[in-house]
Design a protein around this ligand. Sequence first.
Ligand SMILES: Nc1nc2c(ncn2[C@@H]2O[C@H](COP(=O)(O)OP(=O)(O)OP(=O)(O)O)[C@@H](O)[C@H]2O)c(=O)[nH]1
Ligand SMILES: [Mg+2]
Length: 456
Amino acid sequence: MTRKVPIIAVASAPGKAGVGVIRISGSELKSFASSLLQKPLAPRQASLQSLRDGHNNIIDQLLAIYFEAPASFTGEDVLELQCHGGPQLLELVMKRCLEVGKEIDLCIAEPGEFTLRAYLNNKMDLAQAEAVADLIDAQSEAAVRSAARSLQGAFSDDINALVEEITQLRILVESTLDFPEEEIEFLENAQAKERLQKVISRLAHLRANAKQGKILRDGIQLVLVGAPNVGKSSLLNRLAGEEVAIVTPIAGTTRDRVKESITINGVPIHIIDTAGLRDTQDEVEAKGIERSWDAIRTADLVVYLKDAANAGKESAKDTKLKAEIIAALPPKCPILEVHNKADLLPANAFAASETLKISAKTGDGVEGLKNRILEIAGWSAPQEGGILARRRHLDCLDRAMEHIEKSEQFAANGNNSLELFAEELHLAQDELGKITGKLLPDDLLGKIFSQFCIGK
Ligand SMILES: Nc1nc2c(ncn2[C@@H]2O[C@H](COP(=O)(O)OP(=O)(O)OP(=O)(O)O)[C@@H](O)[C@H]2O)c(=O)[nH]1
Ligand SMILES: [Mg+2]
């Protein structure tokens, strides 16, 4: 995973474009660059070059930029070739580079290998390296801005500040361990409990921000469920702003899951429209309904759509269906009941009801539904500029919090518990260290970078 050979990849997107970029990184590329190109290269200066094949035939006229180690993205020597952006042309340039690079064992880069090298050469920490991939994958303007902040180190700075506070506390505790007779007074004198409270509130704040960052990065998997004909597909179409699903008055229209991603206030919402839930003898429909249940089991949020005409008079069948849906939900997955076809009711027909009412047909109430979706999914626009975060980060923050809470209990016990208090602080610190990459096992590192695109 940490090979040293020079690497090469097309860094720009596949397909035709005005410009295509090829990037080469290695510990020493000077002789390679002078064999490949005619004119000498001055570091960090663009130079117009003709690239020729082994028979001296011209392949392309390109701009070459040489970044001398350590002042480069990877921290190694980097050569960037800005060619014309045709896929065949880029393939020829790659071929020529690999020919010339045989002497230095030039290899095609693995996904994320450039960023991995940047990380290994301390150009950035792991949370920043992950932000590189997230910036490229960002699905909304808000996600771009948050990824850019994480890449600049906003998230890492918060983690490091927290680690520093815990370190200071540990130094105090551990120095006291050598003088057991002072243990009892220690907690009071060193204001350990107050300091611990500060750590807890900082960690809680960071975790709340990271939760928002995770929603912004991954979005919310929203599953539309309900009996046939209640208007699930109509609602999907309304939310998507186009006719992505077939709508008819026939119950059992939707057979297979229909997926569509939208953004609400910059938050990606991955909507799945499902086959209406009912008992059926129809083999195809039954398969579709099975898939509806599968979708419910992976949801972040379920919107349970009902016909507004039935509001306030829930049948035994409805109650049973709702109980079945609730039983199938993943842990902590919220369910939002919504009444559709409100346009068919007289105004204020059930104003007293707390259930949201909408009309997928006219669009009435749909803005309110969108806000409710964001609210129920736990989204609140960050006040001071957000960060982007991943499940991995949240898991580390959760575990860090568990250890800090345990340390709090030991602190409360006071006497003879200092050693355990210190140990829990240590474990919390280790969890935080995994976010920025300190203390992360190699196989996990490999897994993270393998999810990057090639050339990054
Ligand atoms: N008046 C009115 N009709 C609606 C509304 N929403 C949907 N409909 C109608 O209700 C019928 C069923 O709509 P669909 O969107 O296909 O319902 P569905 O829940 O997807 O149905 P299945 O796919 O069979 O489970 C269609 O005739 C729609 O035009 C609404 O808000 N008001
Ligand atoms: Mg449908």
